[in-house]
Design a protein around this ligand. Structure first.
Ligand code: UD1
Ligand code: CA
Length: 490
């Protein structure tokens, strides 16, 4: 069956959020890889509503900037000087097509764990019951601060009273108003026009619509949710952390139920958009952020932070940081590797310990195993980059690119002064400072040739333990007289 689509969702985000004590607007604080408002918009979009409007006022420009980038289809509604949730919804309606009818949902920009599924269920129940107002409520052990749901003796919702306006008897009620509702659009518009500001806070309360609907003989239904996290808002940074941890717990659980081993969910942080393949293993202390994707049977961690990074099937990444990188299937990364944007490691390739890469295309089976900086470089398949090699890509003014051909071998402690091209099937001798291209089949030796100077220790270091050791060694009968220096210049 097709779920009934709401005509609109109005997301309230005009409030100040002073308790955050932040120069960032509350709804732009982040958990799980997106802002609080982002989570609210995603839930709203999941209803397939025709329109989603966001009501803004406090820090308007920054909130609008976020909205436009996050979802260009959002309708921005400006709230004026009149305060209160009722006025906010009125302004939200004003920004939508006039005469809009059907179901209008209202949600908050600071309630990040509310799911699209819950909004869909609310819409379905609202439509099925034919109510003018359906409100999500919850039973809380400590309802302090919330509006309370006051029911008739027959159990129907009569009205909602704010904490500040409530009698002692009403404050003792534990059923709270979540602030998430479904309304009949026409009833909502007419009722809001009649809501005043005669209350403890001098605000136009959205909750007053309930009483007005009842007085007009219309039905109001409470939709009780058991999962209290879904109705919880963020008011300060303690709640931000608490809800962030709960969201993460839920994300980890979803992946585990889908076949991912997460050894320690408490120290594993996974953003909501991350995808992880079956039988992948995530080890402790790992953060998978942004649009990161992990292939089947990959092993990630311990202590790995990946942002917008793609890891192929069966790859292994440990103790590494990667940002906008691609790690091919079966490849290995780490420990202690730093993959910066534009790193693409081919299938079964290796980026090893204390290696930093940037804009580096590393072919299938190629290895950059130890202590290397590889920036602005293309390394062909099967090539091997020796320990301590530096690609000197920056001349102080511009960045340059180098290429190492397939199955070529760069000896340890070389400096490749870009731009340089080493052809396929070539060698670079260890310790070279390479400034010229190398042709196929050649070895480039770009360093001083070794000279062994006889008798130097005896002359220049006479009387030292080194000189004594040399003397003893020279006198030893087993010692060969000839010890030719290794030389690759042949
Ligand atoms: C509101 C409800 C209360 C409910 C609680 C749930 C009213 C009168 N009260 O109380 O019954 O239990 O939410 O959290 O509706 N906002 C605007 N413009 C405004 C005022 C608020 O956009 O002028 C937005 C805020 O940014 C926030 C949401 O509306 O996202 C709720 O505002 P808040 O001030 O937190 O409402 P409460 O007084 O807590
Ligand atoms: Ca609140």
């Amino acid at each position: 069956m097709n779920a009934p689509r709401p005509a609109a969702v109005i997301v309230l985000a005009a409030g100040e959020g002073t308790r955050m004590k932040s120069s960032t607007p509350k709804v732009l604080h982040r958990i799980g890889g997106t802002t609080l408002l982002g989570h609210a918009v995603r839930a709203a979009r999941a209803t397939q509503a025709e329109h989603v409007s966001v009501v803004v006022r406090h820090e308007r420009e920054r909130v609008v900037e976020f909205c436009t980038a996050f979802d260009p289809g959002l309708v921005i509604a400006d709230q004026d000087d009149v305060k209160g949730t009722g006025r906010a919804v009125e302004c939200g309606l004003d920004a939508l097509p006039p005469g809009l009818s059907g179901t209008v949902l209202v949600s908050y920009g600071d309630v990040p764990l509310l799911t699209g599924d819950t909004l869909v269920a609310l819409t379905e129940a609202h439509t099925a019951s034919g109510s003018a107002v359906s409100v999500i409520t919850a039973h809380l052990d400590d309802p302090t601060g919330y509006g309370r749901v006051v029911r008739d003796p027959d159990g129907h919702v009569a009205r909602i009273v704010e904490q500040k306006d409530a009698t002692d008897e009403e404050r003792a009620l534990t059923e709270i108003n979540s602030g998430i509702y479904a309304f009949d659009a026409d009833l909502l518009r007419e009722a809001l026009a009649r809501v005043g500001t005669d209350n403890a806070q001098g605000e136009k309360y959205l909750t007053d619509v309930v009483q007005i609907a009842r007085a007009a003989g219309r039905a109001v239904t409470a939709h009780v949710v058991e999962d209290r996290w879904q109705t919880e808002g963020v008011n300060d940074r303690v709640q931000l952390a608490t809800l962030g941890a709960e969201l993460n717990r839920r994300v980890c659980e979803r992946h585990m139920r889908a076949g991912v081993t997460i050894v320690d969910p408490a120290t594993t942080w996974i953003d909501v958009d991350v995808s992880i393949g079956r039988d992948a293993t995530v080890l402790p202390g790992t953060q998978l952020l942004g649009a990161t994707s992990i292939g089947d049977e990959a092993v990630i961690g311990p202590e790995v932070t990946l942002t917008d990074t793609e890891v192929g099937d069966r790859a292994e990444v440990q103790r590494a940081v990667a940002n906008l990188a691609v790690v091919g299937p079966g490849a290995t990364v780490g420990p202690y590797s730093y993959l910066r944007p534009g790193t693409r490691l081919g299938a079964s390739g290796k980026i090893g310990g204390f290696v930093e890469t940037k804009n580096a295309e590393i072919g299938d089976g190629a290895k950059v195993p130890h202590l290397t900086y590889a920036g602005d470089v293309t390394i062909g398949e099967g090539a091997n980059i020796g320990a301590g090699t530096i690609f000197a890509n920056y001349d102080g003014v511009a960045k340059h690119h180098s290429t190492i051909g397939a199955h070529s071998f760069v000896g340890s402690q070389s400096v490749v002064v870009s731009p340089v091209t080493v052809a396929d099937g070539a060698y670079v001798a260890a310790g070279s400072t390479l400034t010229q291209d190398v042709e196929p089949g050649q070895i480039a030796v770009a360093r001083g040739r070794q000279r062994n100077i006889d008798g130097w220790v005896a002359r220049a270091r006479a009387g030292t333990s080194t000189a004594e050791a040399a003397e003893r060694a020279a006198a030893a009968p087993t010692r060969s007289d000839e010890t030719p220096a290794k030389d690759t210049d042949r």
